[in-house]
Write a protein that binds this ligand. Sequence first.
Ligand SMILES: [Ca+2]
Ligand SMILES: [Ca+2]
Ligand SMILES: [Ca+2]
Length: 167
Amino acid sequence: MTPRLSLLPGLLALLAACAAPSAPPAAQAGPARPAGGHGREAFMGSYDVNRDGVVTRAEYDSVRRQRFEAADKNHDGVLTEEEYVAEFEGRLKQQYFDTGRQPDQAYENSIRQAHVRFALLDRNRDGVLSRDEEQAIMDKTFAEQDTNHDGQVDANDPLPQPRNAGS
Ligand SMILES: [Ca+2]
Ligand SMILES: [Ca+2]
Ligand SMILES: [Ca+2]
């Protein structure tokens, strides 16, 4: 036995010891983020099209416009409650599908919230969401996230105060 070889059993024991504490099973089945949520993470996830950590106003506007156009099934330039909720549900469904989740109580709640939201967004209560109303929402939502007022949303913007959900 050379001294060098005699080190081997010790080394193996050390390696075994290092590997011994088996990692706990990764329980990563967290709740899906609600589609259209208002947090910064949801905002970046929805609007940072080129994934560079910055949402420019142009990026934001393009996503919102696409979403409005996609929702406006009969192309009359306004969204009915049905059109609005259907578009939201489409994204929610996709999110559940992507995460292998079955529709649950949270899903139902999200749909209910979408109906409530529509009523709030339809400022003039004429039963449809007009482009003017959508523009007002866009301006407000972007301004809420662009907390340092430099025209883009990124890591330099302090997180906005969470706003009250619902009414
Ligand atoms: Ca329409
Ligand atoms: Ca309206
Ligand atoms: Ca900013």
